[in-house]
Design a protein around this ligand. Structure first.
Ligand code: ATP
Length: 431
């Protein structure tokens, strides 16, 4: 089968131009060149692909150097991995692309279950066989006259057409248990079925989840939380009993599902309402997902989960904060604005916004919204310099006075600069 016309109709002109340049160079170096894996899968499904996954059967670094010699630009080589970045010369650079990644085909073997793979240079056959699922084993050859030839060693095309996620061999999940999470991610992303024999392998490999490092599991869950239908993926993981083996506190009940299902809309709203959370304050997508998912956990559960998953310090602080606010949310009703601000300002702003977003009581929602969009910005005209100029002895008193002035503004006890001055005078003489 030849997929030349599919390449031409689906890739962007920028991707196609780069592909053609590399494809023309490869035969000069005598190196078969392929795109392989996710980019071929996406191409056949007719969706845009971000990465081109250009794989050379042979020395990718040599090919990158030959390209730089002919067209200009610079090469950064990673000889240990046989990969190279060709940084494009100015005339080939575009807004969306500064460099091209070239990878040498490789084989991967696993010394023991759940180990990281031992990587060696290999043939394209090896490179196909190291993959996770048949739908990711398709390759399209690109060099010279071969441009567009489909290579389908393992029945990937049939599975892709029938919508089936199928592991390549019996030991696949024992070698790499993270593939269980990838299976669910692909299945829910594309609405595909996981093959029965692959499901059976998942059941057998479940005990190995305990062997995965914090970083590897978190990475897979981060990838899921970045997807638009993360809620369906987490629900499927729970159904397959793939969450609790990570840690018993990691569950996915119906209220968690409802919250995570809002993740996509929530992100959209954040982009639309820069007056709430400013762009600089925005969290990355997966961290936001973690907050919505886990806010109903207790402090102890967050702490225990952190022992397993090693959250980043920022995310951990936000998780503790949402846990506390979510638990106490109804107690905020009826608080004065100054009381809210004094309480909420000790928490990361994203955490406050996330709890406000899912709060059921409209009064709590409004309060959190007011805090995010207005109250947290309110400051008195008076500053430390003003106090100094008025002869107030520097010290902790400054903070007390400034806070009292701010609170007066927040609670509407002061509405003009004149009123603030009057209050300031009385505070100074009082203190
Ligand atoms: P996405 O569309 O989510 O970016 P992708 O399929 O492009 O997914 P990557 O994580 O970028 O996936 O990996 C690129 C390719 O490498 C995959 O298509 C797959 O063939 C292979 N791969 C990635 N992770 C694994 C793994 N854990 N085991 C085996 N093969 C893997």
């Amino acid at each position: 089968m030849n997929l030349k016309s599919q390449l031409e109709s689906t890739l962007t002109p920028d991707q196609l131009r780069i592909l053609q340049l590399v494809a023309d160079e490869a035969p000069q170096s005598g190196l078969p060149l392929y795109i392989i894996g996710g980019s071929v899968r996406d191409l056949i499904l007719g969706s845009a692909t971000k990465d081109l996954d250009l794989t050379v059967e042979g020395d990718a670094i040599a090919l990158a150097r030959a390209l730089a010699k002919r067209h200009g630009g610079k090469v950064t080589a990673h000889s240990k991995f046989g990969t190279a970045n060709w940084f494009l010369p100015k005339d080939l650079m575009t807004e969306s692309r500064e460099s091209v990644d070239l990878i040498s085909a490789r084989s991967e073997t696993y010394k023991h279950p759940a180990a990281l793979p031992t990587v060696k240079p290999g043939s394209i056959t090896d490179d196909i066989r190291r993959r996770d699922f048949t739908l990711n084993t398709l390759a399209i050859r690109l060099d010279g006259a071969h441009f567009g030839e489909l290579r389908d060693d393992l029945g990937g095309m049939d599975d892709l057409k029938q919508g089936i996620i199928r592991a390549l061999h019996q030991k696949s999940f024992l070698d790499d248990p993270t593939r269980m999470y990838r299976a669910v991610r692909y299945a829910e992303r594309y609405g595909f079925e996981i093959a029965d024999e692959t499901l059976a392998l998942i059941h057998k490999a479940r005990p190995l989840i305990a062997k995965l490092s914090a970083q590897r599991i978190r990475h897979e869950l981060d990838l899921i939380l970045e997807e638009w239908n993360a809620a369906a993926m987490l629900a499927r993981l729970a159904d397959l009993d793939l969450l609790q083996p990570i840690h018993p506190a990691l569950t996915f009940d119906s209220s968690m599902r409802e919250r995570v299902a809002n993740l996509h809309t929530y992100r959209g709203l954040q982009h639309l309402s820069p007056w709430n959370i400013t762009r600089g304050e925005q969290m990355n997508d997966s961290d936001l997902g973690w907050l919505l998912w886990l806010m109903s956990l207790s402090q102890e559960q967050v702490s225990a989960l952190n022992d397993r998953l090693h959250f980043t310090a920022d995310l951990l602080a936000s998780l503790f904060a949402v846990s506390m606010m979510f638990r106490d949310q109804s107690s905020f009703v009826g608080w004065k604005p100054s009381e809210c601000v004094e309480h909420l300002e000790s928490f990361p702003v994203n955490a406050v916004e996330a709890v406000g977003y899912v709060a059921r009581d409209p009064r709590v929602k409004e309060l959190f919204d007011e805090y995010i969009s207005k109250w947290r910005y309110i400051k008195p005209h008076t500053t430390g310099d003003t106090l100094k100029a008025l002869g107030v002895e520097p010290g902790p008193r400054y903070a007390v006075i400034l806070r009292q002035l701010r609170n007066a503004w927040l609670d509407g006890e002061v509405k003009t600069a004149e009123e603030e001055k009057r209050l300031l005078k009385s505070l100074i003489s009082e203190n």
